[in-house]
Design a binder for this molecule. Sequence first.
Ligand SMILES: Nc1ncnc2c1ncn2[C@@H]1O[C@H](COP(=O)(O)OP(=O)(O)O)[C@@H](O)[C@H]1O
Ligand SMILES: [Mg+2]
Length: 243
Amino acid sequence: MRAALEVEKLSVSYGGDPAVSVPHLALPAGTLAGVVGANGAGKSTLVNGLLGWSRGPARASGVVKLDGETLNGLPTYQRVQRGLVLVPEGLAVFGTMLVEENLRSTRPHGPEAERRAFSVDHVFALFPRLAERRANRAASLSGGERQMLAIGRALRLGPKVLLLDEPSIGLAPRLVLTLLLTIRKLADAGLSVLLVEQNVRAAMEVVDHLYLLERGRIIADGPIGAMRDDPRIVEAYLGSTKA
Ligand SMILES: Nc1ncnc2c1ncn2[C@@H]1O[C@H](COP(=O)(O)OP(=O)(O)O)[C@@H](O)[C@H]1O
Ligand SMILES: [Mg+2]
């Protein structure tokens, strides 16, 4: 089966040695894959690099294919229009706008994206809490609600592949699994998702496939069943439960 997202020889550097170097990564359609690793491992650099975007003057090389189509050379907004949509670290919502306005003003580009795009009602069905808060300003939302809104906005754009950069950060522990299970639901409905998480334990509850990133390199990856017993995962992230 053709990969929804495929990466070859991706290298991103901020001047010196590459911050991220990934020889190959393929995300099959309808799969939820996790990218986990410590702070500074290069997780954000990786997902931002897929979009050809960076906070600083990064240099990227390599091939990024979406549904078989090479995205190299396309600016970020055109990659988004093609269906590669990122919910970045730090919550992309318009604080002064109402929740519902945030969703309604986010529109897919072109007929294909329109076909994939979630309606506002669909987003509200996925996140009932947002429906309750529809008439509130986004700035008044809790961290968890803002994260839901940021994901809702991404779904409004009609993603083929959804990239999520640490959606659980700053969330109350009881909300983390609820949010990740909703993301799982999206994958079960056919969306391909790459989930970046520092909360390894929670990510492992929902992903199909796990990549372990260390100093910009994928040092281990595999189906989640196998990765649960991988010594590098157990020692660094699950230690206490296996003792
Ligand atoms: N704009 C930037 N300029 C220079 N170095 C950066 C920049 N952004 C990130 N880095 C460096 O790249 C590495 C990976 O960072 P990042 O991708 O943010 O990691 P993570 O998301 O896993 O915490 C770190 O060493 C970080 O200091
Ligand atoms: Mg990060």
